[in-house]
Design a protein around this ligand. Structure first.
Ligand code: SF4
Length: 131
């Protein structure tokens, strides 16, 4: 499996390697119901960015994942992520891989109906823009 493919939630996914979807910051993925998975190594980075201890960050902003294996960011009652402030992510520079990897490294059925990312052809040897 290529490193372009695979995901936190959909590791059998095969995307077209000739296309890169450029994020338009529509925040649709931040409002999608479900877990925003945190990997262990992401916790200190985000806590430091928020000027919190890891324990404070975990207590204020996380919950158990639905699977109860690992942590997720909390979602609000309307399902948006607790880190979403208006149309901006409060932790954008250090956001979890689940967020940074969408929709190019993983996505979910129906994602194209809600996500405004623009597909661009990948030119060999060039680095396409990232969200
Ligand atoms: S961490 Fe940021 S990018 Fe990820 S879902 Fe929350 S608001 Fe969106």
């Amino acid at each position: 499996m290529s490193s372009l493919h695979g995901s936190p939630g959909n590791d059998h996914l095969q995307l077209d390697p000739g296309v890169f979807y450029v994020c338009q910051r529509c925040t649709a993925c931040c409002r999608w119901p479900g877990d925003v998975r945190l990997e262990e190594e992401e916790i200190p980075r985000i806590a430091t960015f928020l000027e919190l201890t890891e324990a404070e960050f975990i207590a204020r902003f996380t919950r158990l994942r639905t699977s109860r294996r690992g942590l997720s960011l909390i979602e609000r009652e309307n399902h948006e992520c607790i880190m979403l402030e208006g149309d901006a992510c409060r932790i954008h520079p250090v956001k979890p891989e689940q967020c940074a990897g969408f929709p190019n490294r993983w996505n979910f059925p129906g994602w194209r109906d809600i996500c405004h990312a623009i597909p661009v052809k990948v030119v060999r040897g060039s680095a396409a823009g990232t969200p």
